[in-house]
Unconditional design. Structure first.
Lengths: 317, 316
């Protein structure tokens, strides 16, 4: 099967799941249900594309297929921030009720965190990129222990409300925020698309890339910032889905046997549309909200990850 | 770093630990055997001190054994998924048996900790590219995944906050009758000391160890069983204490090298001293309340770990 055919099949699948999600069981309430479902589909599409795109470029930069940008402490920062707000201001504070404030604070905090981290590490001499990741994860553990401490102290009723923030959810996405997030994500993707061919070269390794005339360090920095912006936006919009990017990126590598990033990224994005919209359809209509999609995705993603690790030789390439 | 100074610090801090707390207890009160102070002393303070000593020594030794066996200075129960595996085991034992007894929890947690650590070692064996920093990265991801599986089940049964509560490392709940499980680590530590030389040899690599006539597999398995036992007992009684097994062996190996028989006592002592300092700090900082140990160790520990990382590759 050629890649074009595969891509076509995926696109059809994505369209089918979108149609199913939008129109199944509508019972003629076009004015009420359709716009609401439309917003949710849009939110899922944005999150899917943002996560798929940032994970693929992140994995190319790090030359590693088992890492995702959100393990760098961004998720932990988000959780710490939300726990902090709930603990000190309560679930009725303006910072929780007004979703715009919450969104802006989260996005800005995460991006600033990523920028400071990169700046610190790139300025402190030549260090391997794994070093950066390890520092990110350690900071994540650091923030995690503060989060745990606050979560234990928090009132159980408030915690139930905070728990909604701990798992990505598409059920109460704010309409205005979706448009805003769309602007950020579309602009970032367009900006990144210009360097998509350089990414193909980058995957040959640092020395080869420099030999071929690519400004390696500059592009790596730029792409790291780009992936941080994308992840920050999608996390602030719906919540953390740590392992989702891992699944779609790796499925895309397996499915499309190519090194062209334009194909890989598009493939991963379409796959994430199928997974999110189709998955949400199954969770909503078949399991009738028995569990949240992100918990299932993290669970499946985790098992897939262990499988990837155990599958020899492909683990690091 | 002389052993003598560590012992002096240990005795001084232990003494301090016994007499710091909400109820003021002076040594004179203890002369009266029936007084309230003596009761508190015997039921709460002494068990707490013993628990800190056993947990501190145990977790540091567990880290030391793991680092020696995996030949990587950044591996420890925190960075290899052992803690998360233990947590998953406890959760599953609680879900399977509505009133899980201590023995059931212990055995389940032990099996999971052992399986988790073993799986991680298997993964390490299969990875061809062994960068000193890449290995803990894999371990941390592995731990994250086990945690996400735990979350999956916990979410279904609506006990997420409960899990957070009872796995947070905290010595304030240690009372007489609730910590005795930790005594298991005493024989474990003795065995670890007896086999120290073999662990050192095993740390030189499989081929080299076999050349020297060591049954590598057996020593490796023994080491993993010891680590799993220590981690399980500590997690069940105290809760998670992050980073302890990571930092202490690293600091000791800077001064003392990698000969386990020589570094083992130092590691155990330094682990206890560090944990005592953290615990006393946690009790003093927001007196009369307490900051749980996992938070103090987590914050101080990650700072020290970052410092070790930034210091460069001299010993990594």
């Amino acid at each position: 099967m050629r890649n074009r055919t595969k891509m076509l099949i995926l696109i059809v699948l994505a369209l089918v799941s979108t149609a199913l999600y939008l129109f199944q069981g509508l019972n003629g309430s076009y004015d009420y249900a359709l716009p609401r479902r439309g917003i949710k589909v849009l939110a899922m599409a944005l999150t899917g594309v943002a996560i798929a795109y940032s994970t693929v470029i992140f994995q190319t930069i790090t030359h590693n297929r088992i890492l995702t940008p959100s393990v760098m402490g961004l998720d932990s920062l988000y959780m710490l921030l939300q726990t902090f707000i709930y603990y000190f201001f309560g679930s009725m504070s303006i910072l929780v009720i007004n979703k715009n404030y919450n969104f802006f604070i989260s996005v800005i905090a995460m991006i600033v965190f990523a920028l400071v981290l990169y700046r610190l590490l790139f300025n402190s001499g030549k260090r391997p990129i794994y070093f950066l990741l390890l520092v990110g994860i350690i900071l994540g553990t650091f923030m995690g222990s503060i989060t745990t401490f606050l979560q234990v102290l928090i009132d159980p009723n408030e915690f139930t409300s905070l728990q909604n923030k701990m798992f990505a959810s598409f059920n109460n996405v704010n309409g205005d925020l979706v448009w805003l997030a769309m602007i950020i994500i579309v602009l970032s993707v367009l900006y990144g698309w210009r360097t998509i061919r350089e990414l193909d070269v980058l995957s040959l390794g640092r020395d080869n890339a420099i030999n071929l005339g690519v400004d390696y360090d500059k592009i790596v920095k730029r792409m790291l910032v780009l992936s941080a912006i994308l992840i920050a936006t999608s996390t602030a919009l719906v919540g953390p889905i740590t392992f989702f990017g891992l699944i779609v990126a790796n499925l895309s590598y397996q499915f499309f046997n190519t090194y062209k990033h334009s194909v890989l990224i598009t493939g991963a994005s379409v796959m994430s549309l199928v997974a999110l919209i189709g998955g949400q359809w199954i969770v909503e209509r078949i399991f009738t909200f028995d569990t949240t999609l992100s918990v299932i995705i993290n669970f499946l993603g985790g098992i897939y990850f262990i499988y990837l690790l155990l599958k020899e030789s492909r683990t690091t390439s | 770093m002389k052993k003598r100074y560590l012992v002096i610090a240990l005795v001084a801090l232990s003494f301090l630990s016994l007499f710091v707390g909400v109820t003021r207890i002076s040594p004179m009160d203890l002369l009266d055997f029936t007084s309230e102070e003596t009761q508190i002393f015997l039921i709460s303070r002494v068990p707490r001190l013993i628990a800190i000593i056993l947990a501190g020594a145990g977790m540091s030794i567990a880290g030391l054994i793991m680092q020696s066996l995996s030949r990587n200075k950044f591996v420890s129960p925190t960075t290899a998924g052992t803690l998360d595996a233990t947590r998953l085991g406890i959760l599953i034992s609680m879900l399977l048996f509505t009133n899980a007894t201590y023995v059931q929890k212990l055995s389940f947690a032990f099996i999971f900790a052992l399986a988790g650590t073993f799986l991680f070692m298997q993964i390490l064996n299969r990875i061809k590219f062994k960068d000193a920093i890449f290995v803990p990265l894999v371990g941390l991801m592995f731990g994250n995944i086990l945690a996400s599986i735990t979350t999956f089940f916990a979410y279904k049964s609506n006990i997420i906050q409960n899990i957070t509560v009872w796995l947070q490392g905290d010595f304030s709940l240690i009372l007489k009758g609730r910590y005795e499980l930790l005594y298991i680590s005493v024989p474990v530590l003795i065995v670890a000391y007896l086999f120290a030389n073999r662990f050192t040899v095993a740390g030189m690599g499989e081929d080299f160890a076999k050349n020297l006539g060591l049954s590598y597999k057996k020593v490796l398995n023994l080491g993993l069983v010891l680590v799993a036992l220590i981690t399980t007992t500590v997690v069940l009684t105290v809760g998670m204490i992050p980073f302890l097994g990571l930092i202490i062996p690293n600091i000791v190996s800077i001064f003392k090298g990698d000969h386990l028989e020589k570094t083992l006592p130092h590691t155990a002592l330094l682990g206890v001293v560090f944990l005592l300092i953290c615990d006393i700090l946690g009790r003093i900082l927001i007196f009369p309340y307490e900051i749980p140990i996992s938070m103090t160790v987590g914050v101080i520990g990650s700072a020290i770990f970052l410092f070790l990382l930034f210091r460069g590759k001299a010993y990594a």
